[in-house]
Ligand binder design. Sequence first.
Ligand code: DLL
Length: 434
Amino acid sequence: MELYWNKEVETMEREQIWSLQLERLKSAVGRVYENVPYYRKKMQEAGIEPGDIKSLEDLENLPITNKQDLRDTYPFGLFAVPMEEIVRIHASSGTTGKQTVVGYTQNDIDMWADCMARCLVMEGADRSSRVQVAYGYGLFTGGLGAHYGAEKLGAVSIPASSGNTQRQITMMIDFGVTHLCCTPSYAMNIAEVLTDMGHSKDDLKLKSGCFGAEPWSDGMRTEIQNRLGLRAYDIYGLSEIMGPAVSHECRYQSGLHIWEDNFIAEITHPDTGLPVKHGEPGDLVITTITKEGIPLIRYKTRDICTLNYDKCECGRTHVRMSKPAGRTDDMLIIRGVNVFPSQIESVLLSVGDVQPHYQILVDRVNNADTMTVEIEIPESIVTDNVRGVEEFGKKISAQLGSVLGINAKVRLVEPKSIARSEGKAKRVIDNRRI
Ligand code: DLL
């Protein structure tokens, strides 16, 4: 089994990474200044020209790009090459506003597939692997992103897309699938249907899975691993920057290596936008330094994490980001307490018997925020044992109160009554925003 897809790049000395990044940053800034009037104007307003970029520290002087910039230039205003050079378009779902569109040149597609191949090798895949891609195919980047990476690696790519779960399982069994790519919530759904179909993990040949596109807790990781009999890895990415494979966990699973030959990562304070102290959490800001179609300078992802430059035991030198807890815009503020849905998930799963199917309902009653967490009654509790059910709910509510400091009601609902996810799970219903 190969340890690396591209050892030379993945294990570069830190100084080498920085000098490569500087050279590529200069070129990327020059390209956007030259070819994207919107960027040129922004840079002129900030009083900075490409020639002012002399060191990586100068990056801080460049203006931040955010989702609004993509919307203001909808659909193609930030593209840095003529449309003749664009070979593919993806778009975000637009759940938080107008959809955003990104374009790729052939070189961009090749670079993306290369990053994805590195990720798959990181979790032990090789040419003999059979990779079932159960991320959605289409404008969402998950399906095609993972697919091209598996093909680049020379593995067998099975373009299952999401949904039709029984058929997914039949294919996994009949084709001897070794690697599964999907959202963690869909992996849980697959695990449940596997049992309903009378199968168990022993009928599968899965070795690992790369699960991402939504935040998930270590408790969820344990559940997925136990039920599917594989090792679960976290993969991160976003359509604006590329799609999946911006970063991925190695087998030591202490953070996700960001491919620094293509991306420069910074962490800024969510309110001030200024760089945070080394190792502190904040907004992940990414600059793409090799992308041609739509290079983005200092894109504010709104994902909260920390960066770790320590050497990793796997031998890779690329910086590690911590597992993202969630986006600043998904953070719930309940009576002044800040909490991410993924933290609630951690608490729920730390109480034995709770299945990772839950929904968080937020409302405002008499000007005060209220939160109700719906979970399904575990099989170990008989539904007609009213007292048992009540006590179980109270136990979880107390745990949420003591760990997160939030006052939450827990409502126990019938098993399998919470909608199962096939893509990104919708965990929160915030009636305050309606
Ligand atoms: O979700 C790309 C992707 C596909 C990543 C498949 C991984 C696997 P978008 O739809 O643009 O792209 O959503 C991007 O999803 O800013 C994060 O908030 C969240 N996200 C993605 N991966 C993770 C992860 C794809 N591993 C947004 N953990 C990002 C937590 C994640 N959140």
